[in-house]
Design a protein around this ligand. Structure first.
Ligand SMILES: [Zn+2]
Length: 275
């Protein structure tokens, strides 16, 4: 069974946890660490021959086109994370359409290839924003990987399938959704897909969960942010909860990713979905 590995390419100051203390207008004044962090990830994947999907923020691609080319030249898939990292809940349909269209245009002009994959900022496709699928299909997006089939304070659509499924949008249009991986324990969907979960859980638990998903005949999907392998990023004064979510076990991410790609097979989302 081949699993999907994905990286949401954004800088440390663009995360939702810091949106109240670092304004969008100030992004250009922050110390950018995304290039070196992405290269760190590429250097982990390359010797193992592992390919991944990089959901790149348009704002980053525009400023660092060479980074996009380096990722593509490494044989990885280029997908979009939207342009501005604004939660979909805070946008109307027109704003959302414009944001993703702009992001796709930036990436396609750099790589000269079609972009077919999307991941929402902070997985913000939730029950109130399921209309986003329609807009994405309109923009030529063929798969989305933004749904957490869980209950959570910030994201999640409980009750949706836990494995890739086709969303029929009417008039013969459709799109494939690849939900972020969960394991079902005592009737509850527990997220394991990466990010903070990968950092917080002991590795044996993550390994057990992926084995269980694969044993049932399904691929797992993991996500990672470049700032999650950067213990030396500038520290921000936020509340304890946000601090825990952002900084916990950052020092352990690299070794956990290395263990995962050694213990399981991983490739791009596009390849897992056979597109
Ligand atoms: Zn993001």
């Amino acid at each position: 069974m081949i699993n999907a590995l994905s990286v949401d390419v954004e800088d440390w100051f663009q995360v939702t946890a810091f949106e109240k203390i670092i304004r969008r207008d100030d992004w250009d004044t922050c110390e950018s660490r995304v290039t070196s962090n992405v290269h760190k990830i590429l250097d982990i994947l390359s010797p193992a021959g592992v390919k991944a999907t990089f959901f790149i923020l348009g704002w980053i691609a525009e400023r660092f086109p060479k980074l996009v080319v380096s990722i593509r030249d490494g044989g990885h898939e280029i997908s979009t994370h939207g342009y501005d990292h604004k939660l979909i809940l805070l946008q109307n349909k027109e704003e959302f359409y414009r944001d993703v269209a702009k992001a796709i245009k930036v990436l396609e002009s750099i790589i000269g290839e079609k972009v077919i994959g999307y991941r929402a900022p902070s997985c913000s496709i939730v029950p109130e924003t399921l209309w986003a699928w329609e807009q994405l299909a309109e923009l030529g997006i063929r798969y989305d990987s933004s749904i957490f089939p869980i209950k959570h304070d910030r994201y999640g659509v409980a009750g949706l399938p836990r494995y890739p499924f086709t969303v029929n949008l009417g008039n013969g249009r459709n799109l494939v959704e690849f939900p972020l991986s969960t394991v079902r324990i005592m009737g509850k969907n527990i997220p394991i897909a990466g990010g903070g979960y990968l950092r917080l859980y002991p590795y044996w638990f993550v390994k057990w969960a992926v084995k269980r998903i694969n044993k049932r005949g399904h691929p797992a999907i993991f996500y990672l942010h470049p700032w999650e392998i950067d213990p030396f990023q500038p520290k921000q004064e936020v509340n304890l909860f946000k601090k825990l979510r952002h900084y916990s076990n950052i020092w352990a991410t690299e070794s956990k990713i290395k263990a995962l790609i050694q213990d399981f097979q991983f490739t791009t989302v596009r390849e897992v979905l056979n597109m």
